[in-house]
Design a protein around this ligand. Structure first.
Ligand SMILES: [Zn+2]
Ligand SMILES: [Zn+2]
Length: 353
């Protein structure tokens, strides 16, 4: 089978390798959709502390069951599936403290390698975080389960109210997913700040009430204007940029919450105005990954079409063009997410939306 391998940052190679075999409890999935993700891009550009090279890449995927291992009873060959690429161990100190998202073992055993014709899914994931994909979801939409699970987990850390102004900073895939989830949770007003006109337009279409073009408007002044000088109840940082992390507390109201979603390279130091954190009692909350409960919620949002993620997929490309796709995302900054499929995958028709 064809499989893409990242030899070191910047060096991607398409190789012809053996199709993996399903061990006990495992399944082999024939890939029908694999979405590009900021994490893959980061890994491709500069390496990733949690993903040492050489490594296969790609973790947002869906497809058909090609082979099942001994003991698999919930799925059969030919089933259309969607899955998260990790599942927690259930036994470590974090799992026991209701912090499955911090389970190291889950991350160490994460599935990478969806940019391929087939991928193996380990038994614990098959058991906990894999689902049958309903016909009315496209494979592309179903592959959105992982990023949506992360967003659902993050949003679960704040209790969004109908009177709240939620400010989402960054209008990439993650920012756009936050906007859609905030809408479902009943946020009173959703404001998005970003730099690209086409993304801001999309953000408005997906549920943002106000879009701030940070190229021509001052985000601080605009949010103060909109909130009578109070600041946003909830600020969600979705850019992974140090300057934005540091600016985020100034955009929150007294007693407000800042969600720090976009990760930075390890060792990065940020500074904040202590007055705001203490006397204005602003909560800074880092969020990472997801729990099984968040995956179930995300699955339900997709299946019920409460969230329509199709607009985030900017195009479909063949696996052999993966490097080009990364270059397009990095250099031109165009597109939100791309679907990368094995050669000869039949195109999906009609039912998206
Ligand atoms: Zn991802
Ligand atoms: Zn654990």
């Amino acid at each position: 089978m064809l499989a893409s391998l990242l030899l070191e940052p910047g060096r991607l190679e398409l190789r012809d390798i053996e199709i993996p075999k399903a061990g006990p409890g495992e399944v082999i999935v024939r890939i029908r959709a694999a979405l590009t993700c900021g994490t893959d891009l980061k890994t491709f550009r500069r390496g990733h502390p949690k993903i040492p090279t050489p490594t296969p890449l790609g973790h947002e995927f869906s497809g058909d069951i090609f082979e099942i291992g001994d003991g698999v009873t919930d799925f059969k060959v030919g089933d259309q599936i969607m899955t998260a690429p990790t599942a927690p161990c259930g036994e470590c100190v974090y799992c026991k403290k209701d912090l499955e998202n911090l389970c190291n073992w889950a991350i160490e055993n994460m599935v990478h390698g969806a940019y391929a014709e087939y991928v193996r899914v380990p038994a614990h994931i098959v058991q906990h975080n894999m689902f049958k994909k309903p016909e009315h979801l496209t494979y592309g939409e179903a592959a959105m389960l992982e990023p949506l699970s992360c967003v659902v987990y993050g949003m679960d850390q704040v209790n969004v109210q109908a009177t709240d102004t939620v400010l989402v900073i960054g209008a990439g895939a993650i920012g756009l997913l936050h906007i859609m989830v905030a809408r479902v949770l009943g946020a009173g007003r959703i404001v998005v700040a970003g730099h690209r006109e086409n993304r801001l337009k999309l953000a408005r279409a997906l549920g943002a009430d106000v879009a701030i073009d940070a190229n021509i408007e001052n985000t601080y002044e605009k949010i103060m204007d909109l909130t009578e000088g109070l600041g946003a109840d909830v600020v969600i940082e979705c850019t992974g940029q140090l300057a934005v992390w540091e600016a985020a507390p100034s955009l929150a109201r007294r007693g407000g919450t800042v969600i720090l979603f976009g990760g930075l390279p390890s060792g990065t130091q940020a500074s904040f105005d202590t007055y705001r954190l203490h006397y204005d009692q602003i909560t800074l909350k880092g969020v990472f990954h997801y729990t099984r409960a968040a995956v179930k919620k995300a699955y339900q949002l997709l299946v019920d079409k409460k969230i329509r993620v199709n607009g985030l997929i900017s195009g479909t490309y063949s696996l052999s063009d993966l490097k080009q796709v990364f270059d397009t995302l990095i250099q031109k900054g165009s597109g939100i997410k791309f679907n990368v499929v094995p050669p000869d995958t039949e195109p999906e028709t009609g039912k998206a939306g």
